[in-house]
Design a protein around this ligand. Structure first.
Ligand code: KIV
Ligand code: NA
Length: 265
């Protein structure tokens, strides 16, 4: 199989082929997602929520991200793997940002990293890029800044914020990032950004006018229940199916139905 590269993603945008992207956090799931033909797999810091049960993405550590990333990477034959730099690993100092990115590349054997923010973190983006590490940007709703904003509502609805977002997107493109995630912004704004940029814009809650879509695996599978934003399409109700399987197993153990004669030595 031919590996997806950042260059191939650029070509996909140029010819109008939409880019599919999904999160994964472990080997077993990463393998299924890769075999399905996903273009990009994101080892998201949403692992903090869906894997570790934290309320936000703030607590997850670089070591924990490396563990998830290394597990996923072992399963991947085709997809481009992007790994989130977690909160605290890149904001303070661009040299620390580079050290964090290098650890992800070396210890997890990742293909690229993603950072949240625009002008505030441009020094870190530049330093990581100059070391030859591909960077994906992330603008709009940036969950690592949740305590600054206080809510997970739609971003850049007002003109000043929309203008700033467009400037940040252009600044990131000029710096050399290979793609940008746009999270939870008005569809019209996201469409405009995708038109203005030559690099792919991958949306989540950003409408259909962008170059690709990303979702969180556990949300689209219907494993998470509490989280139900408008942009989320559920492709399964895995929560119910798993609950049923666990209940049936319990019942079979209690009733001594399991194991039967054939299920023993
Ligand atoms: O961590 C994550 O899952 C993400 C996506 C929502 C883009 O950053
Ligand atoms: Na993330």
């Amino acid at each position: 199989v031919k590996r997806v590269t950042t260059h191939i993603l650029q070509e996909m945008k140029a010819r109008g082929e939409k880019i599919s992207m999904l999160t994964a956090y472990d080997y077993t799931m990463g393998r299924i997602v890769d075999q399905a033909g996903m273009d990009v797999i994101l080892v998201g810091d949403s692992a903090s929520n869906v894997m570790a049960g934290h309320e936000t993405t703030v607590p997850i550590t670089l070591d924990q991200m490396i563990y998830h990333a290394a597990s996923v990477i072992r399963a991947i034959k085709r997809a481009l793997v992007v790994v989130d730099l977690p909160f605290g690993a890149y904001q303070g100092d661009s040299k620390e940002a580079l050290r964090s990115a290098i650890r992800i590349m070396k210890e997890a054997e990742a293909h690229s990293v993603k950072l949240e923010g625009g002008r505030e973190i441009i020094e870190s983006v530049n330093r990581i890029l100059s070391a030859g590490i591909p960077v994906m940007g992330h603008l709009g709703l940036t969950p690592q800044s949740i305590y600054k904003f206080g809510t997970y509502t739609v971003r850049a609805k007002e003109e000043a914020e929309a203008k700033r977002l467009i400037e940040d997107a252009k600044m990131l493109e000029e710096a050399g990032v290979f793609a940008i995630v746009l999270e939870k912004v008005p569809a019209a704004l996201a469409t405009e950004v995708a038109k203005e940029l030559t690099i792919p814009v991958i949306g989540i809650g950003a409408g259909g006018g962008v170059d690709g879509q990303v979702l969180v695996m556990h949300d689209m599978l219907g494993i998470t229940q509490e989280f139900s934003p408008r942009f989320l399409r559920r492709y399964h109700n895995l929560y119910q199916e798993m609950l049923g399987a666990f209940e049936n197993y319990i019942a079979d153990v209690k009733s001594s139905d399991f194991p039967n004669e054939k299920e023993q030595y």
